[in-house]
Design a protein around this ligand. Structure first.
Ligand SMILES: Cc1cc2nc3c(=O)[nH]c(=O)nc-3n(C[C@H](O)[C@H](O)[C@H](O)COP(=O)(O)OP(=O)(O)OC[C@H]3O[C@@H](n4cnc5c(N)ncnc54)[C@H](O)[C@@H]3O)c2cc1C
Length: 386
């Protein structure tokens, strides 16, 4: 059956964090919104996420309800050295399995037509829009749409159908563990071990008892082996694992395209709106969703998308430098973190990388030399063997 579509209506594919957030914004602005989610319910697998306080400004109460812990301090470790950075305002630990149902409730209250168990199989261009083939309850239906938002994650079907190229992805894997006795539950520990990962290992407490210890790698099985070895070294037992491939921001993906007679947009992981320094995609995903919602509502590209692009580009520059860091460089980095530099890291968040970098360089000029030396004279570390 083909359902006719109201030209003002919007079809969103993917009902996780960014799709539900975009849907609610658009529905609140008076637009008819249909959201198609492939899963059968609003209870995604648990996933422990660390976000900056900016999530609170973006989400308000629904964000607050998903907070399971707060982080007041980071411990940075490398090669036997340690630096501690106290945060002037805490980072938030949120549980996705709480956040997503909360966002679904809000979207429903705003009037979004939420359709679970509706997996989009294909999009076909037509003269007056696109036709989505949707599998639902063992049958297939066709929906017509003139505006589609792809919020369907890293391997977005919407993006492929509309002609966006596939994204570069990296495997992320974390184990839930019992916290070691020497780690306070309000402290996140980060280890820089560039021989294992060009990113870092983290241990993020989600409660006074448990935390998520993980890393990002290049190759799935090798990343798992690194995690298992590291767990053993730390004398920690995995209670469960959480893993997925996540997109790496390599360049700005313009989040709008025409397909047939329809406007197609991407948000969240589908658009690689991910900070490539830490591979955090929640706050940037929400900001991209706001930008896309604004663009749809006002008919011109939102300034919010320009700001997001600049920020993601700064993260990419920083990552290019970090990719070249040896363990000695990380050691030097920790050694030169003087009280003023720590003050900068304490007050500014990773959501404002340009300000962080500028203020850090003023606080500790040796960081400029370290960054420039690695960018100009060190080769990027080779990818780990698969
Ligand atoms: C283990 C792990 C830990 C992470 N930790 C952090 C962290 O600490 N901080 C942080 O900021 N980020 C973190 N991230 C990244 C963050 O989770 C993602 O950036 C964010 O969840 C992206 O949300 P999204 O809504 O764009 O996509 P997704 O969460 O991937 O949602 C996509 C949705 O689309 C649906 N879907 C897919 N295909 C179809 C289809 N064809 N039809 C209908 N529906 C479809 C899926 O069922 C899903 O519900 C982590 C990721 C992982 C895997």
């Amino acid at each position: 059956m083909t359902q006719a579509s109201d030209p003002a209506s919007i079809t969103i594919v993917g009902g996780s964090a960014t799709g539900l957030f975009a849907a609610e914004r658009l529905a609140r602005a008076g637009r008819p919104v249909t959201l198609l989610e492939g899963a059968d319910g609003w209870s995604p697998e648990p996933r422990t996420l660390i976000v900056t306080r900016r999530m609170r400004d973006l989400l308000g109460d629904v964000g607050d309800r998903s907070v399971v812990n707060t982080i007041n301090r980071f411990e940075l470790m490398t090669d036997g050295r340690k630096a501690t950075v106290a945060l002037s305002e805490p980072d938030l630990i949120i549980e996705r399995a709480v956040l997503v149902p909360g966002l679904a409730e809000l979207a429903k209250a705003a009037g979004v037509d939420l359709r679970m168990g509706s997996r989009v199989r294909s999009l076909t261009a037509t003269a007056d829009g696109v036709t989505l083939e949707v599998g639902r309850n063992g049958s297939t239906e066709e929906l017509r749409a003139t505006t589609v938002v792809g919020a369907d994650g890293t391997f977005s079907r919407v993006a492929r159908a509309a002609g966006w190229p596939p994204l570069t992805t990296v495997p992320l894997i974390q184990a839930i563990v019992t916290l070691p006795p020497d780690l306070p539950p309000d402290t996140t520990r980060v280890w820089f071990q560039p021989d294992d990962t060009r990113f870092f290992y983290w241990l993020i407490p989600e409660s006074p008892e448990r935390g998520a210890l993980g890393l990002i790698g290049e190759d799935g099985p090798e990343t798992r082996r690194c995690l298992e070895r590291f767990l053993e070294q730390q004398h920690l037992e995995p209670l469960e694992f959480q893993a997925a491939r996540i997109p790496c921001y390599t360049q700005w993906v313009p989040p709008q395209r025409r397909m047939g007679g329809a406007d197609i947009y991407l948000v969240g992981d589908a658009a690689a709106h991910v900070k490539v320094t830490t591979i955090g995609g929640i706050v940037t995903g929400f900001r991209g969703a706001l930008g896309v919602a604004d663009t749809i509502l006002h008919g011109r590209t939102s300034d919010a998308l320009g700001r997001l692009k600049r920020e993601l580009d700064w993260h990419r520059l920083l990552r290019r430098s970090l990719e070249r860091f040896s363990e000695d460089d990380y050691g030097l980095l920790l050694d030169v973190l003087n009280p003023s530099a720590k003050g900068v890291l304490s007050t500014l968040t990773r959501d404002e990388p340009a300000r962080v970098m500028l203020r850090l360089c003023l606080a500790q000029p040796r960081l400029v030399l370290l960054g420039l030396r690695t960018l100009l004279f060190s080769a990027p570390r080779p990818s780990l063997p698969s």
